[in-house]
Design a protein around this ligand. Sequence first.
Ligand code: ZN
Ligand code: ZN
Ligand code: FE
Length: 757
Amino acid sequence: MQVLEFLVSGAVQGVGFRPLVYRIAHQMGLGGAVWNEPGGVRIRIVGPARNVEQFGPRLRAECAAPARIDQLRILSVSEVQHTEPFRIAESMSDGARQALVMPDLATCPACLRELLDSKNRRYRYPFINCTHCGPRYSIITGIPYDRPQTTMRGFKMCEKCQAEYDNPDDRRFHAQPNACPDCGPQLELLDATGKRLGGGDWALRQAIAHLRDGRIVAMKGIGGFHLMCDAKNEDAVKELRRRKRREEKPLAIMTPNLAYARLLAKIGDDEAEMLQTSAAPIILLPRRADAQIAESVAPHNPYIGLMLPYSPLHHLLLHGFQGSLVATSGNISDEPICIGEQEAIQRLAGIADIFLVHNRPIVRALDDSVVRMTAGKMIMLRRARGYAPLALPLPLETSPVLALGPHLKNTVALAMRDRVVVSQHIGDLDTLESRRAFEQAVDDLQMLYGEKPDTWVIDKHPDYASSLFAHRQGRNPIQTQHHHAHIVSVIAEHDLREPVLGVAWDGTGLGDDGTIWGGEFLRATPEGYIRLGHLKQFRLPSGDGAMRKPIHSAFGALYACFPEQMPALAMRLLDISGETAKTLQTLIEKAVNAPLTSSAGRWFDAVAALSGICRESAYEGIAAQRLEHAMNGANGSSLYPFDIVVEAGCVVFDLKPMLEALLADRNAGVLADQLSLRFHNTMINIIVRLADAHRGLPIVLGGGCFQNKFLLDSTIQRLREAGHAVYWPQLLPPNDGGLALGQAVIAARTLKSPRQT
Ligand code: ZN
Ligand code: ZN
Ligand code: FE
């Protein structure tokens, strides 16, 4: 008899993988055992040599989503006299923790059928799940993934559930969150003060009635609380915005099913498929003109964010409501999403009228993920529930590295051996709450993967909360340049081995020369970079605060191009008072609180203000977004001129000719859609021009500006037409949410080739 031992890594825990192994071994008449290890799943197969050899290929062939085999490594081959009946053994908890922690999985079709089947013992039970679906990352307290290491540890399975859990032929075999109405978590309805009003199905039906009456319900879901209200009810949606202090950002909508979603948005085949995946993200979709939703769901926006129900509780709620609901994160403006009942009652006081909660604890906050299709591929705009944590292969072996990420749209990453794990979206680190969530994520990754890296890596900007944290902890972190990290993130995602031409366009990042970069062209590898070029710089009056004031960007750009006509020109074009103009001009001329910037994001802001599209913006990026939407389907290839000059070996794209032409257009009464189109085309042309000058280098696009669908789609198309290979972020967002990956890879490289002294 031959004995073969395998170690399988990939998505193999919590996805019904061991039952699959058991079934195949059983059918092939093989003995042995299978068990979970921190490093993956270990399999021992005993039987005649010929059969034993066929086991691996068959396992690969029959492994289906959500399970995924990344590697099937043979550890040993030996001989024994006797075989043994195949069994599923207890988990081992030592060894290298390479097993992937699974993301939360949307309710599977089999569970959904049972949920709505009045003869099933889990009929209308809001916590039904199986090995193919249910909570994972949101309930895991340690690896390996076993019930005692989840927040289900407090629920003792009843006899029926235990029998399912123990039966290898059952869909719930070793389904760690397995539960039923007799033994599992229960619903409760609380009033705004936290007083219990009732439980069970009554609570659910009451919540639906409240939604019908136009009230705002806070519902505890998978990765935190949702704030929900009737998506058709203008008053309810307006009130939710007012209470949540959310002025303009679109609110996500959950529809009962795909058919309902099609009434609200134009949905392609790829998008329909994406909506129904087990990740169940929010997808940004072109909204239908006849969509029956309140105007204030997504004001001034041709897109809406849609998702389908992804937990049994959502299914029951939407099924009962028979219509679409606004389902937005349970938080105030940019704070992290609430996960606990007490916390929600306190923080959402004054926002929610009623709370639908349950007693299965959530370990970590996971917002809904947001994606969009671009150039036929999905791109991630916010990566959290359903996708996090993300493990990517590293092109090199590394000692452990902890990357602390940026200040805005923070994520953190942990690199170890040949892998890097990126956390869920944490958010902007401006509030105490979000800095707490950040610190929890830092601890969390280290705890889950059992690594305490000595090497930390940060952005070189000294004022980022993530950088300050590293220094406060007495670390001596490796420092990375913001735009280099943007580009390396994409290099790592696509495993590019050659130098690339990186186009890093975003809002702001600290450059090597102390100025604010953001419209950069870098020849880059993970080891380093050369700044090949950038957009024309201007002084931005009142620095960082200016991201909410597009007219400041416009003032700075005008001053840089037409100093002799200032401030009169700005007063006329931007409709600002002489006093304001004088203040801004003094800041620029004295170079006080007016940093030099080459930021593409600020050029978008400037043009948005000069086109009369946006003067004030409630959050960063809104001016650029309105500028993009102002095109309103306009097409054509007309564009503005620009100059190319060389300063200190660096190509500078001088946008003065562009501004002159744009202002002439404006004088001639050209409408905003054409101004916007011509500006976008100009920016795309700049990228193509530089790419043509460096033919042979693959082009990598990164940075928050590429959230702009027109800019990204058209740049990809134009570069391809010109014969360039082009790469862009897909698994991680183009914005700062992807930065931690780049930081981790740069640090891993630095450790490999020690810094020169
Ligand atoms: Zn299921
Ligand atoms: Zn039970
Ligand atoms: Fe950035």
